[in-house]
Design a protein around this ligand. Structure first.
Ligand SMILES: [Zn+2]
Length: 165
């Protein structure tokens, strides 16, 4: 049995623990994003959410993995790359830009190739490099397709700019 003073201390400790659990929520931002090119050919949405002939039913996530001190981020993407009625090879990429729009670094998912049928889905779960907020201002989250030269081109209508929190 707790004495009254010990009980009060236990309640105070519990209140502190609750506050400590609640406070980091705002320091760990996650962006919810749906990418969908015209005609639904190239998409990025929540895993399992793609539907033939429609926009993904739920958004994919970009978790910033902000550091405890708030000085750096490490973007991580989770969702499905969905390809509809195409034989194109595609991937999801995150391009880090500074305030001038110059590329700092980049990472991308493994590529997937559409089978020409109504819907092909490929799981995406990738994480990039940790960078300081001083170096990176925003990222371009984009679906890219293989171009004729063998490189990768961002798909028009399937890209979003997300600002570092
Ligand atoms: Zn940019």
């Amino acid at each position: 049995m707790l004495k009254k003073s010990n009980l009060a201390a236990a309640i105070a400790a519990a209140a502190l623990a609750t506050a400590a659990l609640a406070s980091p929520a705002s320091a760990l931002p996650i962006d919810q994003v749906t990418l969908d090119s015209p005609g639904h050919e190239f998409q990025f949405g929540e895993s399992g959410s793609c539907v033939a002939g429609a926009v993904p039913g739920a958004p994919a996530e970009l978790d910033w993995n902000e550091s405890a001190n708030g000085n750096s981020v490490r973007p991580e993407i989770d969702g499905d790359l969905c390809l509809q009625s195409t034989n194109a090879e595609a991937r999801v990429a995150v391009v880090y830009h500074d305030t001038l729009g110059q590329t700092v670094t980049k990472f991308s998912s493994s590529p997937g190739t559409g089978n020409g049928g109504p819907l092909s889905a490929f799981l995406v779960a990738d994480i990039g490099s940790r960078v300081s907020k001083a170096s990176t201002n925003h990222v371009h989250l984009q679906v890219e397709k293989r171009n004729a030269a063998g490189g990768w081109t961002a798909v028009s209508g399937a890209e979003r700019v997300l600002y570092v929190p």
